[in-house]
Design a protein around this ligand. Structure first.
Ligand code: CMC
Length: 380
């Protein structure tokens, strides 16, 4: 059936994957893909990475300014107090663990948490958004504790976010290097322009649906292997390769069979991802502390083998994998940990969308047949 020339739904040529389309203004983060620069509210992440905290990043994204000590103390306290889940939500997690993935459980948890919140006017929304920042980390820790049949560890609001999360997850006090590593990870993944999950949060918020609906959309979008799910798959690959000498054959086979290599490639970056060198440096430090460099060296060799064959850049997910694994975080919690960081950016974007909202509603070009003759069912 050929397309008639007067097809009214023929708009313009679609831009597949919306590549290069600028969908809105933002003051939160900017990504220069040609030079490999990521800035939060004008600050280069190279300056933030090793000299600040996740709580400071939240202040920056929420206030568009770096905090003074008083504001930072207040933020640290508020996020700490938010690391509590209603008992009913813990019951929901208990029902789900072992039956579904941690990421699916987390998506459900965010949705359920919405039932415990009132609708509030926009000016009262930041505290509600902050509660979610705290609650998500506790949910990830509890998902892990319950499935391992370990007792739940209560949050300690006097501790920093990274330290308390690791303590709630592993049931023991983390070392300074572990706290620094998680802190760095949470800072670096907190925001990244209109990535797919942030965009989905903004699309949902753009309908004036509530905050928890928007974040539920974002968690679902992050879970896919072309986005946040790539970190877990990258670790699977590093473990499967196992030995440096096996990397060359593995990568050659992946290219020959046209497989996507997880943790490589990016829609925006033409040079290495701005976050990669920091994640790589920190992952190396963690494995040095463990006294076992084997997996880290396999990762480096995979990077080299990919680069030797094709100009495909290393993205954020590649060295996130050995960093998180070096923190003894199980692979299927990697993407929930990505959510634990990106929740800062998601919520800041939802607030930005509400402050200057217009429904996000692109068009599709209809390319199917038209003017078909309807025949009653008994004639089909
Ligand atoms: N492995 C092998 N080939 C690749 C890869 C890869 N990881 N990434 C891109 N390519 C090739 C691809 O095959 C294509 O080649 P050709 O033009 O010959 O067909 C070309 O590069 C362009 O790739 P694309 O898939 O059209 O690019 P895109 O902008 O649509 O996709 C991407 C970007 C990130 C989805 C893709 O690079 C990919 O699938 N990477 C692996 C998954 C991954 O690491 N995702 C994490 C992304 S960054 C963090 C995040 O957002 O969570």
């Amino acid at each position: 059936m050929s397309l008639p020339k007067d097809n009214k739904d023929s708009v313009s040529e679609p831009v597949k994957g919306l590549e290069g389309i600028v969908a809105a203004d933002t003051t939160l983060s900017s990504v220069n893909g040609e030079k490999g620069i990521l800035r939060y509210c004008g600050y280069n992440i190279d300056d933030l990475a090793f000299s600040s905290t996740f709580e400071e990043t939240i202040c920056l994204l929420y206030d568009n300014e770096l905090p003074n000590q008083e504001r930072l103390d207040e933020m640290t306290r508020k996020v700490g107090e938010a690391r509590v889940l209603p008992d009913e939500v813990i019951k929901v997690i208990t029902e789900l663990v072992g039956k579904t993935s941690p990421m699916s459980t987390l998506r459900t948890v965010v949705s359920v948490l919405g039932h415990y919140e009132k609708n509030v006017p926009l000016k009262e929304l930041p505290p509600k958004a902050l509660r979610l920042v705290g609650q998500i980390s506790t949910a990830v820790a509890i998902i892990h504790r319950l499935r391992e049949k370990l007792p739940i560890i209560k949050a300690d609001p006097t501790k920093g976010h990274s330290e308390d999360f690791l303590r709630m997850l592993h049931g023991k006090d983390p070392s300074d290097i572990q706290i620094n590593a998680l802190n760095l990870y949470l800072i670096l993944l907190a925001d990244h322009g209109f990535n797919a999950s942030t965009f989905s949060a903004r699309v949902t918020a753009g309908t004036l649906a509530n905050l928890h609906s928007a974040i539920t959309s974002a968690v679902g979008t992050l879970s896919g292997p072309l986005h946040g799910g790539a970190n877990e798959k990258a670790m699977d690959m590093i473990i499967e390769v196992g030995k440096k000498k096996k990397a060359s054959a593995y990568i050659q086979n992946a290219f020959d069979s046209k497989q996507k290599i997880m943790g490589f490639g990016h829609r925006v970056y033409k040079v290495d991802d701005a976050r990669k060198p920091h994640l790589k440096k920190m992952a190396k430090q963690l494995w040095e502390e463990k006294g076992n460099m084997e997996l880290f060296e396999v990762a480096e060799e995979i990077e080299k083998q990919v680069k030797d064959r094709k100009q495909i850049i290393t993205n954020v997910d590649f060295y996130s994998a050995p960093l998180l694994y070096g923190l003894d975080i199980p692979k299927d919690l990697f993407t929930p940990l990505f959510a634990m960081s990106r929740i800062a950016g998601w919520t800041a974007h939802v607030l930005e969308q509400y402050r200057n909202n217009r429904l996000i509603r692109p068009r599709a070009r209809y390319v199917g047949p038209i003017d078909r003759t309807f025949r009653p069912i008994e004639q089909r």
